[in-house]
Design a binder for this molecule. Structure first.
Ligand SMILES: NC(=O)c1ccc[n+]([C@@H]2O[C@H](COP(=O)([O-])OP(=O)(O)OC[C@H]3O[C@@H](n4cnc5c(N)ncnc54)[C@H](O)[C@@H]3O)[C@@H](O)[C@H]2O)c1
Length: 321
């Protein structure tokens, strides 16, 4: 399969992640089939698409007419067969259990073209295991998004033991074509790249808060108005390339190594979060939310609206919307 030959995509399991994939593919001009098990969950997916498009209209990304055209490219069905039979790219985002994925692999392969690419959104299951009984395991890969994929461009592509390079090349080109930023993991790593990075940072947030160095609110403020602003523009190695002056990133690592070693020795290296952190985090977030002005969100719903608005503005600056 060549990426340029993909005209129809299917999103199997159009829940929180799957509806957003369907929308992303439709935003890129593809015809899309969104599959749900029941009419009710199909209606919820349609409602989520409508709400997300409303937000994109409100944020001046699309006109009402363009949003209606995008919505018109998404077809809803409860039949896996109908969803995949004309699709060249199939994104599976069903519940995170091997039994569910195996059942879907069977149903997809029974109806899809034998060279259609099948990518799983799985957050933690192995592609080799998902495709273990597949007739064509070579066309299965992982395509792990961050929520919501129609706004967050990163997708982490993973390979199973029998995934071919051709499949990875096609998936990578296709994701790039629809406006995602694909990265390919060269070998399996639990949590992929960014879940590991997020949790490495959050482990230290927990450590700082539990050891009384700062509050949840100040840790959030420090990231948002400190390195977080730079990370939205370039990655940590490029940030350090600039931070290292003439010596670049290598100069910075050499120059600060003695100091960094002291910090690292003092930081948490836990293998799991202490159970007492969850209630502390919740209390800190509740207080932080209550203290925020309504314009930047002081309820979970308001916060989600503000997040989407700001993501859209950043994506515009990156030329991604
Ligand atoms: N939610 C996230 O932030 C996130 C991020 C990245 C990846 N993922 C991955 O995406 C996938 C879906 O997660 P979600 O959060 O959208 O879940 P969800 O519960 O919102 O959606 C799951 C969908 O799968 C369907 N489903 C459940 N059991 C099924 C079965 N037996 N047969 C067919 N369909 C079935 C449900 O009807 C629903 O449409 C998972 O693999 C998850 O690991 C989730």
């Amino acid at each position: 399969m060549r990426s340029e030959d993909i005209r129809v995509a299917a999103s199997i399991g159009a829940g929180v992640i799957g509806y957003s994939w369907a929308l992303k593919f439709a935003m890129a001009g593809l015809e899309v089939w969104a599959q749900n098990r029941t009419e009710e969950s199909g209606a919820l997916a349609r409602e989520r698409v409508r709400a997300s498009l409303d937000s994109l209209v409100k944020n001046d990304v699309y006109s009402e007419a363009q949003a209606a055209e995008i919505a018109g490219r998404i077809h809803y069905t409860t039949s896996i067969e109908e969803a995949v039979r004309n699709a060249q790219f199939i994104q599976e985002s069903a519940a995170e259990h091997y039994e569910v994925k195996w059942e879907l692999v069977r149903a997809i392969e029974a109806a899809a073209a034998s060279d259609a690419i099948v990518a799983s959104s799985t957050s933690g299951l192995l592609v080799s295991e998902i495709a273990k009984d597949a007739a064509h395991p070579e066309r299965f890969c992982g395509g792990h998004p961050y929520n919501p994929p129609h706004l967050i461009p990163l997708v982490e592509i993973t390979k199973g033991e029998r995934t071919t390079d051709e499949t990875v090349t096609c998936a990578k080109a296709f994701y790039a074509r629809v406006g995602m930023e694909p990265v390919v993991l060269q070998k399996e790593a639990l949590g992929f790249i960014c879940n590991r990075l997020q949790m490495a940072l959050y482990r230290e947030v927990a450590n700082l808060v539990l050891s009384g160095v700062c509050t949840i609110e100040d840790a959030d403020k420090a990231v948002t108005f400190g390195p977080g602003i730079r990370w939205g523009i370039m990655g940590p190695s490029l940030v350090f390339e600039l931070g290292g002056g003439k010596g670049g990133v290598s100069g910075l690592m050499n120059h600060l190594n003695d100091s960094i070693s002291l910090w690292l020795a003092d930081m948490a290296d836990w293998k799991s979060f202490p159970p007492e952190f969850a209630p502390v985090a919740q209390e800190g977030v509740d207080e932080e939310l209550a203290a925020r002005p309504a314009e930047i969100g002081n309820t979970p719903e308001g916060l989600a609206d503000y997040r989407d608005h700001m993501i859209i503005e950043i994506l515009k600056l990156h030329g991604k919307l």
